[in-house]
Design a protein around this ligand. Structure first.
Ligand code: FEO
Length: 397
């Protein structure tokens, strides 16, 4: 981007929108793109706060040069080493060979595996260390596993600005609006939860530890590495991340099915209707073979009730359900009201293995799972009533 908007008098946003990439981490669809944010502090000393994905903005180095206005770049602060933010480190070092690289011990353990740099150029900081730039003074807060082990945040003591790395970020490009008071918040919220749940969700406990470290810290502005900058109501994104990292969910139910010939899908619709009749108003039904798991994971994060259904496939679950349940296990989901169902033609396997998932994930079943032979008719479907009623009651509790 050529805009280089000021975050404050001496701090610039140097972000770039990526609308070309189809899959973030070659995994997560980006229908609304993604923004990589970098920041430049032009003070008595100058500091670049992270970079961007390699090649995502061919003008990145010249933008830094222009904003420096003839000054040297004194520091490159690496809050996060994942290549979507460290991709221009080589280019920065090539252009400013005397730049001092600021990070923690774990940062440099990863840095040497990715980029060549002069070992004498590094400044290793510990939790709570500070770096004065003149007017601004950065305090470093180590926040491991939000999202990589080296991740840290930099807090500007002068203006209460938190450079928060991946935390408080979102998918979605910055389409003109860069600050929270310039955007339609509702446009971002689904992408924000999908970003949180898929990228950071596994590390909710570590997010909570970061909150504990920031407790009592006056944060007026949050500058994340993705998505909008939060300067008017940072409490809004702080509250959402707090809720999501504690896996607090809504009184909603998500029904996800994998079906070959429509029998398991019939069960899904029947169960959803029964749950609705029991009083739940927020119900979504998804076909795991059609909807990408990233959206399903985001919905699982949102909803207290989780009802999974699979037909049998080669004596196991349908592969689309197998992928979803594997990912849910990796994410450590908890506190779900879980119901299971499915159908089979001869000796089953779908529901049997969904039960194995529940056991592995330590998620108790709210009612007995329903495994149904062949095509369900009205009488057979009644076997789902007890499970649907139990899901609804537990969700509304
Ligand atoms: Fe946006 Fe963990 O990198």
């Amino acid at each position: 981007m050529f805009t280089n908007v000021k975050v404050s008098d001496r701090i610039y946003h140097l972000g770039v929108n990526d609308r070309r990439k189809h899959l973030f981490e070659n995994l997560w669809p980006l229908p609304n793109g993604v923004a990589y944010n970098s920041y430049l502090i032009v003070d008595d000393k100058t500091a670049l706060m992270d970079t961007i994905e390699m090649g995502s903005d061919r003008n990145f180095i010249s933008s830094v040069e222009r904003l420096l206005g003839g000054k040297e770049l004194d520091y490159l602060v690496i809050n996060h080493m994942e290549p979507d933010h460290s991709g221009e480190i080589d280019a920065v070092i090539t252009r400013w060979p005397n730049v001092r690289i600021v990070g923690n011990a774990k940062t440099f353990g990863i840095l040497k595996n990715y980029y060549s740099h002069n070992a004498d150029s590094i400044i290793e900081v510990k939790d709570g260390d500070t770096l004065s730039l003149g007017h601004h003074c950065l305090k470093f807060v180590l926040t491991p596993w939000v999202h990589w082990p080296e991740t840290m945040m930099s807090y500007d003591l002068t203006e209460s600005i938190l450079f928060s790395a991946d935390a408080f970020g979102s998918f979605g490009t910055l389409d003109g609006g860069i600050f929270d008071d310039e955007i339609n918040f509702d446009y971002y919220i689904d992408d924000m939860r999908r970003y949180y749940s898929n990228i950071v969700g596994k590390y909710g406990g570590m997010v909570q530890k970061a909150y504990a470290k920031l407790d009592g810290v006056d944060v007026k502005t949050i500058c994340p590495l993705h998505g909008p900058i939060w300067r008017t109501d940072p409490g809004r994104v702080l509250a959402l991340y707090d809720k999501w990292s504690r896996q607090e969910s809504d009184k909603a139910v998500v029904v996800i099915f994998a079906s070959m010939y429509g029998n398991t899908e019939l069960m899904a619709d029947y169960i959803a209707r029964r749950i609705c009749e029991a009083g739940v108003k927020d119900i979504r039904v998804y076909d795991a073979s059609k909807t990408h798991p990233s959206y399903l994971i985001s919905e699982v994060w949102r909803a207290r009730g989780l009802v999974l259904g699979s037909c049998a496939y080669n004596g196991y679950m349908h592969p689309s359900m197998e992928r979803l349940t594997t990912e849910l296990t990796h994410y450590g989901i908890k506190d779900k009201v879980l119901g299971l169902f499915g159908s089979y033609s001869w000796n089953g396997g779908g529901v049997r293995n969904l039960k194995c998932f529940a056991e592995t994930a330590s998620l108790p079943l709210v009612a007995e799972a329903v495994d149904m032979p062949g095509k369900p008719d009205a009488d057979k479907l009644a076997a789902c009533d007890a499970m649907a009623a139990a899901v609804a009651a537990a969700v509304l509790e």
